[in-house]
Design a protein around this ligand. Sequence first.
Ligand SMILES: [Zn+2]
Length: 341
Amino acid sequence: MIEFNEVSLEARAPDVANGGRWIPVPLVQRIDPLTLRTCRILTGVKLQPENPPDLADLTNPGGFCPFCEEFFEKVTFEFERDVVPAGRIRKNRAAIVPNIMAYSGYSSVGIYDTTRHFISLGQFTPEIVNDALAVMVEHSKAVRSARPDLVWSSISANYLPSSGSSVIHPHLQSSHDLVPMAGQRELVEGARRYNGATSRSYFDDLASQERNGSRYVGTTGTVTWVTPFAPRGFQEIWGIIDGVGDLPALGDSHISDLADGVVRVLRYYEAHNFSAFNYSLAGGGPDGSTMGFRLVFRILVRSNPDAYYRSDVTYFERLLDEPLLDVAPETVAKAAGQFFS
Ligand SMILES: [Zn+2]
């Protein structure tokens, strides 16, 4: 059994409704069983958006966009032919091209749909997400076959500037490296420790233990959706992919199951006035599968790009690495679960 531990911080604060009389306030620090990273679950704080943001100006195509179809093949480059023999990879309206900014050994950018400059959260369909993930995975297979030494792969996304995105046109990115990223290494090392101690897969155990519990969101085929016990950010949801430890091992059915769930999560986010997100799907490296690592699609919301918005990343998250959350994962699971029924 995976043990979920939390510590009461025995917080005390003046009660505004009662003349400032000091009272105990519920506050816990939760410890992630895999990484031992901690977060705090607050009570009574309202950091969630009450209204949807107005994205009209921000998402207006007006002018040049490198990912819009009229410019796309003129301003983006082909892959090296020894990696991708056809030069380009496209599927329906999705495409993947080399990222001109190198942030990894191989850095690529995928576009969900070159014919639509903006796709709001509620406009994403399983087909759109499926095609985009499919081109990313096809490219991952090509890179890993041409460069077997680049064993650390991931597919991730920013969406809208408040999430870190510099291009409005919705896109996703991939990395293939000699070494893992810090968060990727942490997940893999946690899974290795658990496997060493129990001979079991942490993620298989997590999926079966959480199924139908208070953090269970739903299932889409081979993907089990849950909220993490100790999230790293607001409204975080995980999709655990059954039996797959690395990106090149993803088959068509895994990708379509994943796309189905992603669209449900995005619809849930939109229904609750969110508009920006980050996600990541990080591979488990050379021996991930054999020691029970499983691909986990991790997605969370970011601040809405309102004028003068309050960043959701404060000194707690940026410097002290201790996310503050005002909505418990169990509450998120219950609300998001409605989009999976
Ligand atoms: Zn565009």
